[in-house]
Design a protein around this ligand. Structure first.
Ligand code: NAD
Length: 307
């Protein structure tokens, strides 16, 4: 019987679906048990992971029968895809299945940070009544710079358009002819830095994007924008981000992904309760709805593959 190893959380109905046809080993903490993972991967035909299970060449070398890697999400930075290709192992991502959740997260953070909700919430809970001392802004009429205009970047643009937001997008792999509607203006990174009121990052992490947003970028930001990163940690330099906030080059930030996860104490210790910021534990793409879609999508792909 085909054996499937699931190393991180998966929606129960998708597991039930797989259970009807295959031999399943499900341990949603296995990503954190290196030796056990290396032992279990030896005999399985398929492995299902999220972003925590490190499938580097050392781990993949142990797999004797592996033919399929299902990724419950879209980022591939935890999987050695070159090595998988060499070993003829198919890697399947859940394309687009959590994109709506991420796009809603970005709009949510834009609205919350413009309205200074984190700070208003903290102060009201403390018994203060900062009704006239903390001013806030509308989203309507603002300029949103989207860096990386793939699936999620475009969904963010669609939602933001409904709020009357001007969209600037940077993606060197696209050109203006790719867009029928002229509402979206493809532009340069420099233009986004100088014109945007909100900057949202939607890039893969690669050699080209590591530290892409750094001290030099923040110095070029004219409108003290809000910065939102729901893509991958390391694309924004975290120290430079905090420095830019304290020097008032930016007016707030929402961070869902970090250079190291869980986020390091060193970073957290510098965050004060009255800062205009939102920190979340890599959940932008995780909602009940997206978890169901992502899990069902990967389960169906596994069933098709082993038919
Ligand atoms: P996508 O592949 O559809 O889009 C990425 C875009 O980035 C592409 O259009 C590509 O041309 C562009 N790009 C690549 N290198 C670039 C560069 N150097 N400069 C500018 N543009 C560049 O990916 P997606 O589905 O939109 O996902 C975007 C990111 O969001 C990924 O890193 C993914 O891992 C992450 N993500 C995070 C969560 C979460 O929970 N926080 C959930 C889903 C996806």
């Amino acid at each position: 019987m085909i054996k499937i190893l699931i190393t991180e959380f998966m929606n129960q109905s998708a597991i039930d679906l797989l259970n009807k046809k295959f031999d399943i080993i499900y341990d949603n903490k296995l990503w954190n048990k290196e030796k056990l993972l290396e032992k279990n991967i030896q005999e399985v035909d398929c492995i299902v992971v999220r972003n925590k299970t490190q499938l580097n060449s050392n781990v993949l070398l142990k797999a004797k029968k592996l033919k399929f890697i299902g990724r419950l999400g879209v980022g591939l930075d935890n999987i050695d895809t070159n090595f998988s290709e060499l070993k003829n192992i198919k890697v399947q991502i859940a394309t687009g299945m959590n994109a709506d959740s991420v796009a809603e997260y970005v709009i949510n953070c834009s609205l919350s940070l413009l309205r200074k909700l984190p700070n208003l919430n903290t102060k009201t809970l403390k018994g203060e009544w900062p009704r006239t001392t903390i001013s806030s802004n509308e989203l309507q009429g603002k300029t949103l710079g989207i860096i990386g205009f793939g699936l999620i970047g475009r969904k963010v643009a669609n939602l933001a358009t409904a709020f009357g937001v001007n969209i600037l997008a940077y993606d060197p792999y696209l050109n203006q002819n790719d867009f029928e509607k002229n509402i979206i203006k493809l532009t340069t990174l420099e233009k986004i830095f100088s014109m945007a009121d909100i900057i949202s990052i939607h890039l893969p992490l690669s050699e080209n994007t590591l530290n892409l947003i750094n001290q030099n970028s923040f110095l070029k930001m004219k409108n003290k924008p809000l910065i939102i990163n729901s893509s991958r940690g390391g694309i924004i330099n975290e120290e430079d981000l905090l420095d830019a906030y304290f020097k008032k080059h930016i007016s707030g930030f929402a961070i869902d992904v970090y250079q190291n996860e869980p986020v390091e104490k060193n970073f957290l210790n510098k965050i004060k309760p009255d800062m205009n910021c939102i920190l979340t534990p890599h959940i932008a793409g995780i909602t009940e709805e997206s978890n169901e879609r992502v899990s069902k999508f990967i389960a169906d792909k596994i069933i098709d593959f082993f038919k």
